[in-house]
Ligand binder design. Structure first.
Ligand code: HGY
Ligand code: MN
Ligand code: MN
Ligand code: MN
Length: 399
């Protein structure tokens, strides 16, 4: 099955017919359909499908001598943000299957195992923590905390993975699996627009994190409650949104409040509580930390006169990831020298870089847009990405 045939098969799954945005949340029907597609593609190629304890999947192409160690892992994720684009995640996985096909057509017989990974809950759109599957695998999150994470419907991660046939008490670092992998190379659509060539190599992932602000006031009637009697949490929340933009401008970072939950969320009821999530990222740890502190301070100052309480919780934070230089240079050399660029987006490769040498390839995105339906990569650039990944896998999987 060619790249474009695989792409055409996956494209409609979980896509909103009106907006064109994707809704593939971990272990919901569209993402389960993507998982089934992944298993089919593995089976179709005679690849050995492994499920780790955390909901991650790996399709293995083992060498003829049967060795299981020193593996070269590639892949990405199948889940999306709400209303996301088609390419963020799936491009890396479809390209990996197509790269394996290309190597086989050329008679390549790898001396090392080549794995295609699909990491669970990379966007954190269901349980709130980005790269949850790779964090669990790498031992970068407490399994007990992960078990207790809940989705919008109040379902815990433990319940969901149990219903998916996994043992919630087995989630956590898989040292056997990590011990079999020599390196990880992820191909991903560019999320921004700096690539002038079809393919580039990542130099770093900037520090980034997510923080939850809980504003607690007092629910009351929208019409019969005088202004002095109100404890309206929506007001300090509103200040927090503006403060996030202003703090980002001051500190040379970016900050977004993209998700908010209002209780009880009624037109004629003063909210009792507002929960808002801040995503902050930037070129250096201290600038990101300062941004969050300034937003927190502004929220507290704004809350005081309304007798609203403010609680801040750090949900996830990833310090700067400088990709392994030796691997990055080897990947660059295999590609004959391509642009090297940093990214402001988080990835499983960033999380796994704490345990393995990792590298990333980016495929040009002419719109520069990501996490939205306009995310795109030209067909010719998609194929250039497959060629590049095949060249990198061929080089790394030699003896
Ligand atoms: O949010 C991110 O940076 C990534 O796309 N998961
Ligand atoms: Mn993403
Ligand atoms: Mn991604
Ligand atoms: Mn009434």
């Amino acid at each position: 099955m060619s790249f474009e045939e695989m792409w055409a098969e996956l494209l409609p799954v979980g896509r909103d017919a009106v907006t064109g945005g994707y809704h593939r949340f971990a272990w919901t029907p569209p993402e389960l359909e993507c998982r089934a597609w992944f298993a089919d593609e593995a089976r179709r190629r005679g690849l050995d499908l492994e499920h780790d304890p955390n909901g991650n999947m790996i399709a293995w192409w083992y060498p003829e001598d049967g060795s299981r160690t020193g593996a070269v892992l590639t892949g990405s994720h199948l889940d999306s943000v709400p209303g996301g684009g088609a390419f963020d995640g799936p491009l890396g996985i479809v390209s990996a299957f197509a790269a394996v096909d290309l190597l086989r057509e050329r008679g390549v017989r790898p001396a090392r195992p080549i794995g295609i990974g699909a990491f669970a809950e990379e966007e954190g759109a269901r349980f709130g923590v980005a790269c949850l599957g790779s964090r669990l695998l790498a031992g970068a999150i407490d399994p007990a905390r992960a078990r207790g994470l809940t989705d919008a419907g109040g379902h815990t991660f433990a319940e969901v993975v149990h219903n998916a046939g996994l043992d919630p008490h087995a989630i956590g670092p898989d040292e056997d699996l990590l011990g079999r992998i020599a390196c990880y190379v992820e191909l991903h659509v560019e999320q921004g627009r700096s690539l002038e060539q079809p393919v580039g190599v990542a130099s770093a992932i900037v520090p980034h994190g997510r923080w939850r602000f809980d504003f607690a006031g007092e629910g009351n009637h929208a019409g019969t409650t005088g202004l002095p009697d109100r404890r309206d949490p929506m007001l300090p929340f509103a200040h927090m949104v503006i403060a996030a933009r202003e703090a980002a401008e001051r500190n040379g970072t970016v900050a977004t409040v993209g998700k908010v939950r209002v209780e009880p969320n009624g037109v004629n009821a003063i909210p009792s509580a507002v929960t808002a999530w801040l995503d902050a990222r930037g070129p250096a740890d201290d600038a990101v930390r300062r941004t969050v502190l300034e937003v927190d301070e502004a929220a507290r100052v704004a809350a005081r006169p309304h007798r609203v309480s403010v609680d801040l919780a750090e949900e996830s934070y990833t310090e700067i990831v400088d990709f392994n230089l030796a691997l990055r240079d080897r990947v660059g050399a295999a590609l004959g020298g391509v642009p090297v660029l940093p990214t402001g987006a988080g990835h499983d490769a960033g999380v796994l870089s704490a345990r393995l040498p990792t590298a990333m390839l980016f495929v040009r995105n002419p719109t520069g847009v990501s996490h939205a339906p306009e995310e795109f990569a030209e067909p010719a650039d998609r194929l250039a990405g497959v060629e590049a990944l095949a060249a990198v896998l061929d080089d790394l999987a030699r003896g």
